[in-house]
Design a protein around this ligand. Structure first.
Ligand code: BGC
Length: 754
């Protein structure tokens, strides 16, 4: 298709019109020129395809589809291949339903456990987010269907979500909030990007040229179209100029007319409008050319796939005395309404009309399981009779399994949580059940961490998250050992909400929210502060045990342009087959820049039969060691030692080694009279230039010794230099002996700067 030629035949009105939706879910057709309409749908963990009477918050019905586990769960798989398989299945269903783009994945960082949409987001860690999202995108797009990675950028709260400004410093954006987009844009080339509702440092994402053009396209090479989140447009003309190609859904023509006027009056360069049209049409035709509407959609098969994925994502948080797995013959009580009707997805635009659901109770058919409802989800209460029934069931059973979690109303798109607690009635139930039977397991269905004041009283906790429509099948398989749990937390579980680094500022004030904790998000903060957590980032148990050994680095010293290969051996030392998640963290040992103690820079999920060992290899490049330097607006490595740690969680790292990395980039430095001695003396040039001055000063501080030992080396050995460290160069006028010639200081500074 010759797109530039098509555009040259379009009227100004047609071009402006193409840049907004025809309705909630379609791009516009231009029949005169044979340009077809294409359809997009939510997303991300299944299809929410609606007809023209659609809405964007899942209020109205959509077609029957398959609800896969939500991102909170799939990130915990730490399994790229699994996400690719899920993406392929979703891509197939898009083809079957004639969709051009699925609206996802959602990759915003979990800054606080309170964000109402955390269930839809992957992680508090940018590297994990980016890798998992890229794998999903590769899966969907391998089927000839596009994705829309969202919500770009810094959309980390629901509170005031359509107007609030996320005020984030440059380094924090680059290190924490951008890589979840950057990695997939570079690696998986999503067809589209959805910009977020919020402002970024005061400018709406939908009209932010730095975000949408400089960073996204010029730096990262994005070549698809950017669409707005639904209703995220404030100033449409500024949006076109900034790089927002498609407004969704549409403004009833109002904004299209503004674009036309702006071009006519010369306020908007028509070339920018043409560019937006070109980007939209590139993807429209890519979708048309790749359409395979005869692709079958086997929902039953996808239901089973959804169960398989859910089992890979569940995180066994605690398993005292090996209470799990359960034995199939043993009498077990399933307690809690979620056993019958699991909460398996979140509310809002990602809400899927599942063609069927399997709860744990149904999946346990044929097993020796009794059931007590325990609490009433709808009315958020537990009557005395419900508790009494649960207690009796728990007493009569060998093991009690309480299904707990957050009701829909507690967490959803559109608003944030105000606390991190489970419903009181569920806490009461857990307490009553544990008093009746100490062999109690808690299965959790929640999209974000909860406080667990009862943790010491239960023997086992299985975090099932919002595991999709087949979550019950997966839960029973894991509980009874037909599947060995291998999920690891993609987020820290703090002991209490106020431990969270964003606690003081989260939600912000009407004008905006300041990200004052900077790069110290999640474990980056808890580790540096040496805070105890309930469960650390990366944590996850198994029914088998793993041993890590033989850490090897390809070199002890590298330059920042080299690639370091790191290998280790992981062995299954238990009796069951299982999957380990080897996690690699890097930390800067002695740099000047204030950085986290360790950051995830590699992970691999490995299947091991009992007794089996495998070598795992990681490659680390400059980015694994670099921080974002806001002076040069680039990644930079500080020369020095870095730790490489490997293990099963951020707080279980049995392997550790040190590599020295040398920077190949000299940071530009300009000295002036206020530069302090310590900084000047760091460089070889600085020491050379300072030598004559230090001689003068040495003579001043050590009269009589001037002839013999007046050298920079002599003074540098002295305590005096320690005290000189923080003195500005201009201090030599006051303390340098009083007989310096005019221009001495200026001369030193100019020598330092050449
Ligand atoms: C959500 C998006 C979603 C869109 C369309 C918005 O409210 O933020 O994630 O894709 O609606 O439903």
């Amino acid at each position: 298709m010759n797109i530039p030629s098509l555009i040259s035949q379009m009227t100004l009105e047609e071009k402006a019109g193409l840049c907004s939706g025809a309705d909630f879910w379609h791009t516009k057709a231009v029949e005169r020129l044979g340009i077809p309409a294409t359809m997009v749908s939510d997303g991300p963990h299944g299809l929410r395809k609606q007809d023209e009477t659609g809405d964007h918050l899942g209020v109205n019905d959509s077609i029957e589809a398959v609800c896969f586990p939500a991102a909170c769960a799939t990130a915990a798989s730490f399994d790229r291949a699994l996400l690719t398989r899920m993406g392929e299945a979703i891509g197939d269903s898009c083809q079957h339903e004639r969709l051009s783009v699925v609206l996802g994945p959602a990759v915003n960082i979990k800054r606080s456990p309170l964000c109402g949409r955390n269930f839809e987001y992957f992680s508090e860690d940018p590297y994990l987010t980016g890798e998992i999202a890229a794998a999903y995108i590769q899966g969907v797009q391998s089927r000839g269907v596009g994705t829309s990675i969202k919500h770009f950028a810094a959309n980390n709260q629901e509170h005031r979500r359509m107007s609030s400004s996320s005020d984030v410093d440059e380094r924090t954006l680059r290190e924490i909030y951008f890589p979840g987009f950057e990695i997939p844009v570079k690696k998986a080339r999503p067809w589209t990007v959805m910009c977020s509702y919020n402002r970024l440092n005061g400018v709406y994402a939908s009209e932010n040229p730095w975000l949408l053009t400089d960073v996204l396209r010029k730096e990262w090479g994005f070549d698809g179209y950017v669409m707005s989140d639904w209703g995220a447009v404030s100033d449409r003309v500024a949006g076109v100029a900034a790089g927002l190609d498609l407004e969704m859904p549409a403004s009833g023509g109002v904004n299209d007319r503004k674009i036309v006027e702006a071009v006519k009056s010369g306020r908007l360069d028509e070339a920018k409008l043409d560019l937006a049209c070109e980007r939209i049409l590139n993807i429209v035709y890519r979708a048309v050319e790749n359409a395979k509407p005869d692709t079958p959609w086997d929902k039953e098969a996808q239901h089973l796939l959804s169960a398989e994925i859910a089992a890979e994502c569940m995180v066994l948080l605690k398993n005292e005395g090996g209470l799990l797995p359960l034995s199939k013959g043993d009498p077990v009580a399933f307690i809690g309404e979620f056993a019958e009707k699991p909460r398996f997805q979140g509310g809002g635009s990602s809400h899927i009309n599942s063609f069927k659901t399997t709860g744990a109770l149904q999946a346990a058919e044929g097993l020796n399981v009794t059931y007590a409802r325990g609490y009433d989800v709808q009315n958020d209460c537990a009557t005395d009779a419900m508790i009494a029934e649960a207690v009796a069931a728990a007493r009569a059973a060998k093991v009690a399994v309480v299904f707990a979690g957050l009701p829909d109303s507690y967490e959803s798109e559109g608003y944030d949580r105000t606390h991190m607690r489970l419903p009181d009635c569920q806490v009461k139930l857990i307490e009553a059940v544990t008093a009746a039977n100490p062999d109690t397991v808690v299965v959790l269905h929640n999209g974000s961490p909860v406080e667990m004041p009862w943790i010491g009283r239960v023997k086992a906790v299985l975090e099932a998250y919002l595991g999709g429509q087949a979550v019950g099948l997966a839960t029973v398989r894991v509980l009874y050992g037909d599947a060995n749990p291998s999920g690891h937390l993609a987020e820290s579980f703090p002991l209490k909400l106020s431990d969270n680094p964003s606690y003081l500022f989260y939600g912000g004030e009407p004008r905006g929210t300041e990200y004052r904790e900077g790069v110290f998000v999640g474990y980056r903060y808890y580790d540096k502060k040496e805070l105890d957590v309930l469960f650390p980032f990366g944590h996850g148990l198994s029914y088998t045990t793993f041993e890590y050994s033989d850490l090897r680095l390809s070199a002890d010293h590298i330059r920042d342009t080299d690639v370091l290969t790191v290998t280790c051996t992981v062995k299954n030392t238990g009796a069951r087959p299982g999957k380990a998640v080897a996690q690699l963290y890097v930390g800067d040992v002695d740099g000047d820049v204030i950085r986290p103690l360790r950051e995830l820079k590699g992970f691999e999920k490995i299947f091991l039969a009992p007794g089996e060992s495998k070598e795992v290899a990681f490659t680390l490049d400059k980015r694994a060691f670099a921080y974002w330097n806001s002076a040069i607006h680039d990644w930079h490595v500080e020369t020095g030692d870095f730790t490489i740690e490997i293990g099963a969680s951020s707080r279980d790292l049995p392997l550790s080694a040190v590599v020295n990395v040398a920077s190949t980039v000299d940071l530009p430095v300009r000295y002036d009279a206020d530069s302090i001695f310590m900084d000047v003396m760091k460089t070889k040039r600085g020491r050379e230039v300072m030598k004559p001055l230090l001689e003068v000063m040495n003579a001043t501080f050590h009269p009589g010794e001037a002839e013999s030992a007046a050298s920079a080396e002599a003074i540098s050995d002295d305590m005096t230099l320690a005290m000189l460290n923080y003195m500005p160069l201009r201090g030599i006028l006051s303390f340098g002996g009083g007989n310096l010639p005019d221009g001495f200081l200026e001369n030193i500074i100019s020598q330092l700067n050449t």
